[in-house]
Design a protein around this ligand. Structure first.
Ligand code: ASP
Length: 347
């Protein structure tokens, strides 16, 4: 078992709002803001530059300083967990993050957690946390599409919104959430659907959970799926590759993936998870030998469904990268294809 160092906190600020005079009665909600980097902490050469910048530069205190209204809603405390572009997210950071969230929420110190995160892998981190965080207290991820130095930066507003949601009673028991551009999403359903727009996130099949803004925190619907399955946050994650289906796929990448020891493969198939014949043959043989193969889809709408009688599992409405997260966690518990098939159905 790999050794997990906990906590690897680079900087720890005092309670942000105690410094700004939030009154002690009734006790304000204590929200920890765990910063991991991303565009929300990004820096560009000029205020008009929103494309060419470095993500993961500014520290958590700078993020909190840019959103002073937070003090109207909560007592926030910043912690720097790492400072990266989220394209470089790693298993080790995921484990450290999940263990720290569980540790904080198990204590009386935190009523909720906000995670400032790059948007590129936010949907995957959110899903990972929804499967590994044990508490009913709110956990909310947020980020930005424009760097902190931009004249029209969206980060401060998103951070404020995320803290408002994390500090709200309504968010309790709703699992891990993502708040971006005033919209509250379920970690299970949310996806990044635009490369540059500030409205870059959507929950395609299910729709968003609610909104946050002038009228407060409003949940329009509830979900019973987020939080149903739980896995240990600290277990090493086995290799699972995502293969992107396309015309003429001859199976060379599937063979390469098996050669380097993938324990699972998610095939981002065509249409309703269809797999070209040469690849299907290779993957069927691999499935016979115990590799778990999940059919997902490169199509952005709809779910992958089948009669369930094939050797392959269906991703349902999870996109390929999310199916990979669930499969990796599932494989930390069992190699049994039928058990894992059930997990995909339950989640
Ligand atoms: N590449 C950045 C990141 O994911 C993009 C962002 O945060 O919007 O960290």
């Amino acid at each position: 078992m790999e050794k997990i160092l906990l906590p690897a906190v680079v900087s720890l600020s005092v309670f942000f709002c105690s410094m700004r005079g939030v009154s002690a009665s009734p006790r304000p909600r204590r929200i920890f803001v765990l910063a991991t980097g991303g565009t929300i902490a990004g820096e560009a050469a000029s205020p008009s530059e929103i494309i060419d910048y470095r993500a993961g530069v500014l520290g958590v205190d700078a993020l909190l300083d840019a959103a002073p209204e937070i003090c109207n809603f909560a007592e926030a405390r910043g912690e720097q967990l790492c400072n990266i572009d989220s394209k470089d997210m790693t298993d080790e950071i995921w484990r450290r993050l999940a263990l720290r969230v569980n540790e904080l929420l198990a204590s009386d110190e935190a009523d909720g957690i906000v995670i400032a995160h790059g948007t590129d892998t936010m949907e995957e981190t959110a899903l990972f946390l929804s499967l590994t965080v044990e508490s009913e207290k709110p956990v909310v991820l947020t980020g930005a599409m424009r760097p902190a130095t931009a004249e029209n930066a969206d980060g401060p507003r998103n951070l404020l919104d995320a803290v408002r949601v994390a500090a709200s009673q309504e968010a309790e028991g709703k699992g891990v959430l993502v708040v971006m551009d005033g919209v509250i999403h379920d970690a299970r359903d949310v996806e990044k659907t635009h490369t540059t727009s500030v409205a870059a996130f959507a929950s395609r099949e299910a729709g968003p959970l609610g909104r946050v803004g002038e009228n407060g925190v409003i949940f329009d619907r509830v979900t019973s799926r987020n939080g149903r399955l739980k896995f240990s946050a600290g277990a090493p994650l086995p290799r699972v590759d995502v293969l992107y289906g396309c015309e003429g796929d001859d199976g060379a990448l599937a063979r390469a993936s098996l050669q380097v020891g993938a324990k699972g493969i998610v095939y981002a198939g065509l249409g309703n998870g269809s797999i070209p014949a040469p690849v299907e043959k290779i993957l069927a043989r691999a499935a016979d030998e115990g590799v778990i193969v999940v059919r997902a889809s490169r199509v952005s709408g709809g779910a992958v469904v089948s009669s369930g009688s094939t050797k392959f599992l269906d991703s349902g409405s999870l996109n390929p990268q999310k199916a990979r997260v669930l499969l990796r966690l599932a494989l930390t518990k069992t190699n049994d294809a039928e058990e894992i098939r059930q997990m995909f159905r339950d989640y």
